[in-house]
Write a protein that binds this ligand. Structure first.
Ligand SMILES: [Fe+2]
Ligand SMILES: [Fe+2]
Length: 197
């Protein structure tokens, strides 16, 4: 798809393609992320189209089978494949999901693809768009968890603080659940929470 200019009709077509890939519940989440991302994009001066397209496609591949992901990883070029293969859908649907978006929806804008890649792990280096998608995914209107109000308030004031808050929250959750932590999540923590530069 060519998105220049990004028309309401194009958004509609993209929305339909995304909707076909997922449950109603997840699609509702995606629309919530888009609404939040657009509001943040306006506030932090990111083009509307980038925020809308990245938000609409961020969970595009989330309902793909593990087999599809492992095939994509095996055949593609990814940093540290052996390690990536040890993780699962939670990590793959972002890091690898971006390549499904590229291949199937023909979205080639690297800023958008990167925002999809980083949306669950964050990264030490993040663009404003990356931060917007990472944070919008966490605070969209359908989210309900202790601390979500604080996270929403932070996002409106300071995007970096919101990234830090979310990263801390995610790490705490992973530790409590004794889940594996993807190395990039630790890099995100070191940069945005601990302030390592
Ligand atoms: Fe996701
Ligand atoms: Fe999401």
């Amino acid at each position: 798809m060519k998105f220049d200019p990004y028309t309401p009709q194009q958004r509609e077509i993209l929305m339909q393609k995304v909707q076909m890939q997922m449950s109603e519940r997840r699609f509702k989440h995606v629309l919530g992320v888009e609404e939040t991302a657009i509001a943040l994009a306006e506030k932090f001066k990111v083009p509307y189209a980038k925020a809308s397209i990245a938000a609409l496609t961020h969970d595009y591949a989330k309902e793909r089978s593990d087999d599809e992901f492992t095939t994509m990883i095996t055949e593609g070029t990814y940093e540290n494949k052996a390690e990536l293969l040890k993780f699962g859908n939670a990590i793959w649907h972002g890091v690898v999901g971006a390549d499904f978006v590229k291949r199937e929806l023909k979205i080639t804008d690297e800023e958008i693809l990167n925002a999809i890649r980083l949306h669950t792990t964050g990264a030490a280096e993040m663009t404003t768009l990356d931060k917007i998608i990472y944070v919008a995914d966490f605070i969209e209107p359908g989210r309900d968890f202790p601390g979500v109000t604080e996270a929403r308030e932070l996002a409106l004031v300071d995007l970096n603080e919101a990234v830090a808050y979310e990263t801390k929250h995610t790490l705490q959750f992973l530790l409590e659940q004794e889940k594996a932590i993807y190395p990039k999540t630790i890099e995100t923590y070191n940069r945005w929470v601990a302030g390592l530069k």
